[in-house]
Design a protein around this ligand. Sequence first.
Ligand code: MTE
Length: 339
Amino acid sequence: MLIKRTKKSDLKESQLTSESLYKDRRNIIKGLGLAAITLPFVKPASAALFDVFSDNKDEGDLLFKRTPLSFTKNPKYQSLSTLTPEDKILKYNNFYEFGLDKGDPFEYSQQFEVDPWALTIDGLVDKPITLNYEDLLKKFEIEERLYRMRCVEAWSMNIPWLGFTLATLLKEAGVKSDAKFVRFETLYDPLQMRGQTSRFIGGGINFPYVEGLTIEEAMNPLVLLSVGLYGKTLAPQNGAPIRLVVPWKYGFKSIKSIVKITLTDKAPVTTWQSIGPDEYGFYANVNPRVDHPRWSQKNEKIIAEGNVFQQKRKKTLMFNGYEEEVAHLYKGMDLLRNF
Ligand code: MTE
């Protein structure tokens, strides 16, 4: 079977976001004066080139190769009763570097190069470190943890991540006492990431994508640097070769394809904060009591087998169900203002 080079209108329903959310994200773009985002979908030259190959090769040759990883199961995080089907985790994505629609990251990232890779840890550390691709997979012991993921768009998944804690890496670099925040940055490579070539494809984001955590959040043992899921290395659409996973925060904090981690004494300005500060705060903790200005956060659609539009909903939990492990980080803080 060939990888079908689809037009947006050909994508399966399961690969598309719901119409209301599609419009919501586009409202932000409109706010930026970029109404032309709704122009018909245009394929970049590189995709056309890919079309030529797809006539001669079958799907297996064109899909990114994921390698099985050795890992131990962390018993503390094995208790989720159902997992989101792997196919949904691989094909229902947000990764604006590859396009705005849920099917774009899968469709446009299969040729993404992850080796060689360089991840630098710098700033207020005793010993700056650069990890290459092999280091990412071999330097630290890899464990599996089943975590809930709640997107700010009010849908959720249960994902079996593979990775190591961010704290392990930061301790290796040595955190200086004046470090108060951690800033993360995604790869900037317009030759590989079509969303970075055009404001219309990449949603008007000023790339590279940037995220941040306080140092206390970053050192919390729940925070993972993930290098895989469902037993294998990450696919590009999920943020290969390494991404952040912060399960008590909305999914947009979990930045993908990271090349730089910088410890700093100033709060970094994050991508979504800079696009819509009234809608996306620095903390972005999952909180059913704080609605998004344009939709409720009280419940969420569970992404499962079948048609995304018909799926069940469930109540959203405070801190996405991780209250016991993280509520102390926000003691005394007004979470209505610090959203
Ligand atoms: N990281 C980068 N660099 N670019 C993005 O567009 N999207 C975020 C986050 N990380 C995004 C990103 C959002 S909105 C979500 S919900 C999650 O990735 C989705 O992760 P998944 O596609 O692996 O489920």
